[in-house]
Design a binder for this molecule. Structure first.
Ligand SMILES: Nc1ncnc2c1ncn2[C@@H]1O[C@H](COP(=O)(O)OP(=O)(O)OP(=O)(O)O)[C@@H](O)[C@H]1O
Ligand SMILES: [Mg+2]
Length: 278
């Protein structure tokens, strides 16, 4: 096993409430060519974990403890300038809402190109042909480089975001609920694309979702979070077939069956009251 990322004891608190742990003692590792899904309900600390890795926590929050060892280097404590080089260079990122991350007045080709100008200094024909190649890699015809974001569908916009995130061939891709805003068919296509890119480029993928169906589709490893803590983690086959923690069992019980029906029962927290939390 070659380790690409090792998170150790990550703890996030509000700056003015240092005793309130929004993320508490989170540790896990990522390997090249493998996908780790962080799963948990809303507010469990998934996004804050990802933002901590990227050095993008808001100013009201603070990484109180922890290390983020990426390619052997602790990213915690790097300057903003140093982190900017890592992000979009060695670490790519995509988020839920492509429209809010894209600039509506620039063509998508221009926006993909910007990443290449900033991080790789490409220009002229070399820049143009790299943009075209990236678009084709994410399944968009190269001539759409001249389109504006609002001329594309939601799925195509997310493909553009993916093209930007992989432009510099990052070693790791962090994806925070990238398919949640898309309809089910498009969601499946985007998951397939990410999975293929991960394999072809031998990237490590950190994929955040609240959906165990997605986990079953793409994860190699799973990290289950509840109230800022990891309650269970391991290889996907093990966690899905033999969930040990009652919270994981409860989440799995909410996964739709083959006909796409979701049981209507809410998560039962009896285990918490009974002090069963491990
Ligand atoms: N700037 C902030 N100040 C105070 N609390 C915050 C701040 N940002 C997030 N939180 C709190 O931290 C907790 C974890 O938030 P986080 O965004 O990581 O959840 P999440 O698991 O990503 O949820 P979702 O599935 O809804 O995206 C939540 O209770 C949230 O309200
Ligand atoms: Mg989130």
């Amino acid at each position: 096993m070659t380790e690409l990322l090792r998170i150790e004891g990550l703890t996030v608190t509000p700056v003015n409430e240092p005793e309130k742990r929004l993320v508490s003692n989170v540790s896990f590792t990522l390997e090249p060519g493998k996908t780790t899904c962080v799963v948990g309900e809303s507010g469990s600390g998934k996004s804050l974990t990802a933002l901590s890795v990227m050095g993008l926590l808001s100013t009201q929050l603070k990484l109180a403890q922890g290390k983020v060892i990426f390619q052997g280097q602790d990213l915690v404590g790097l300057s903003n300038d140093q982190m900017r080089k890592v992000r979009g260079g060695r670490i790519g990122m995509i988020f839920q809402e492509p429209m809010t991350s894209l600039n509506p007045v620039l063509t998508v080709g221009k926006q993909i190109g910007e990443t290449l100008v900033v991080h790789q200094g490409l220009k002229g024909e070399a820049l143009k042909s790299k943009v075209a190649a990236l678009l084709e890699q994410v399944g968009i015809p190269a001539n759409r480089a001249n389109s504006y974001p609002d001329e594309l569908s939601g799925g195509q916009r997310q493909r553009v975001m993916i093209a930007m995130s992989i432009a510099c061939e990052p070693a790791m891709l962090i994806a925070d609920e990238p398919t949640t805003a898309l309809d089910v068919t498009v969601q499946a296509q985007i998951l397939k694309l990410l999975d293929e890119l991960k394999t072809r480029m031998n990237m490590a993928m950190l994929f955040i979702t609240h959906d165990f169906g997605v986990v079953a589709d793409i994860a190699d490893n799973v990290v289950v979070m509840f109230r800022g803590e990891i309650v269970e983690s391991g290889p996907v086959a093990e966690v899905l077939s033999n969930p040990k923690h009652p919270y994981t069992q409860a989440l799995l019980a909410c996964v739709p069956d083959a006909e796409g029906k979701k049981p209507l029962k809410p998560i039962d927290y009896a285990w918490l009251r009974e002090g069963a939390a491990a």
